[in-house]
Design a protein around this ligand. Sequence first.
Ligand code: DLL
Length: 445
Amino acid sequence: MTALRYAQADTQSFMADPAAETMSRDALAALQLERLKATIARAYERVPHHRAAMNEVGFAPGDLKSLDDLERLPFTVKGHLRDHYPFGLFAVPREALLRVHASSGTTGKPTVVGYTKADLENWADLMARSFACAGARPGDIIHNAYGYGLFTGGLGAHYGAERLGCTVVPMSGGNTERQILLLADFKATVLCATPSYALNIAECAAQQGVDLAAGPLRLGIFGAEPWSEAMRQELEQRLGLAAVDIYGLSEIMGPGVACECPSRNGLHGWEDHFLFETIDPETGRRVPEGHAGELVITTLAKEALPMIRYRTRDITRLSTSPCACGRTHVRIMRITGRNDDMLIIRGVNVYPSQIEAILVGFPDIAPHYQLVVERRGALDHLTVEVEANALVAESADAADKAAAAVRHHIKSMIGVTCDVAIKRPGEIPRSQGKAVRVRDLRPKV
Ligand code: DLL
């Protein structure tokens, strides 16, 4: 186990592993190259899929001389995990796995990921690093409302919080009234949840007359789904905490691949363990730093499931410019959405988080929403279903006015024409984990 070294507590420069987090960019690149060579060689030797993929493009592990050579390697995509379901992409015998996680998989087979002892140790270290980066400290009481089970959120956050030296309340998702009781009684200082579930908790607390904002909660570590700056402000105000963005995905590790620091200008991606690229999703070519593209990640220290150029489908920008917090690791800008969640409505690209940012700005509208997409004739049609407060939702006149105002804002800010259907409080399904933002009713082709 890597011993965690703590810099001065309660300053912005508090880091779980200062030596790793402030390494010079040159030293990081050298470490990346060394680890990349080992990863590629291991994957070639032990995983038939990776060997075949490299052979197909005429790449031998010895050809990797610089980090730029990585661009010659083919991508790995989610479909490859499904094709080799359940254990076919592992680089270790099944007996060496201490744990597996899996995605629920809305279509077909789930994707299965696995961890050796060393992988679990590294994951706990990187989660502890992420928590500290977000502002958590040893001694904090962390109320963990990420789902426990096959989803990586619950257990990933759990072991990271323990590694940092925090008291973990392993709540999991759901049973919201009980969550509020325990948040108040145990005096949690940090809340971990998806942003949509955190909103659900805030609302439920208000209904019960519990003022969580007046209590000791000071930090929310929210992720696992796209969310907007506007939602950040909403959660901060309702819960009386600083809301920080955390990113990760099971195929690469789980939560803790990247996390915001107090500068809140992008999420530091831990480059001693992962290599980040952004590509044009159409051509597969790298885009220059600062340009929006699909995030592609290669693991550098994973034993069980080395991933080579994994296409995340997440759209973001990268920045290696210096950060005020002192960390040298690349910043991954807030993820606006997934390629596959992007709607193209009459030629306009729309992400749910863009609509969310507009809805949060209306005082009578609650940020509980779903986007319903249908085919009308040859065109796609978007209806934004959104809840209003009871006063507005119960009056046809007020509801019409609110709908018109929202429609107008969406048209002028995003450029897309849509219908807006005002719903009563509670009519939009609440999430206990990742919120379902899109109902796509278009015929499947
Ligand atoms: O969602 C891991 C996680 C758990 C991250 C808890 C953060 C907190 P998956 O279920 O495999 O893993 O889903 C990964 O969720 O590719 C993104 O599309 C999305 N996602 C995760 N974090 C963020 C974020 C976990 N901060 C997929 N912002 C990723 C936007 C996010 N999208």
